[in-house]
Design a protein around this ligand. Sequence first.
Ligand SMILES: [Zn+2]
Ligand SMILES: [Zn+2]
Length: 157
Amino acid sequence: MDAPLEGGCSCGAVRYRLTSAPMFVHCCHCLDCQRQTGSAFVLNALIEADRVERLAGEPEPVSMPTDSGRPHDIYRCPACRVAVWSDYGRRGVMLFVRVGTLDDPSSLTPDVHIYTRSKLPWVTLPEDVSAFEVYYDTKALWPAESLKRREALRMAR
Ligand SMILES: [Zn+2]
Ligand SMILES: [Zn+2]
């Protein structure tokens, strides 16, 4: 990542900057993500909350119903309601930033495809990226540096 990545909502009220590369990037093909985005999948950059610098506006959490009962808050621009990130589990320390809200969404590519059991049949996955019917083992897939960052978050909780 050369320069810090910036992004925002459609109306411009919410602007943010990622102060480092994310730990990992998910492409999720689950039914919830399909419904919540109205699309085939969602692209989420997993990054520490304190590495998402707020440049303008304060996204508001909207609580989503989940099968597991674990909280899932989607943070939306208070004006145009575009979703900019999610907090799964209401942990507060890690955000799932919507890659499609980056000024240049091509800056980040998926490190893994998950929940491919509900992948739309016309979506063809690249052969050189790991893909899983459901979920995966973080320790087996994440780079050592990212695992270290995630571990630091655990201790911070
Ligand atoms: Zn907006
Ligand atoms: Zn999903």
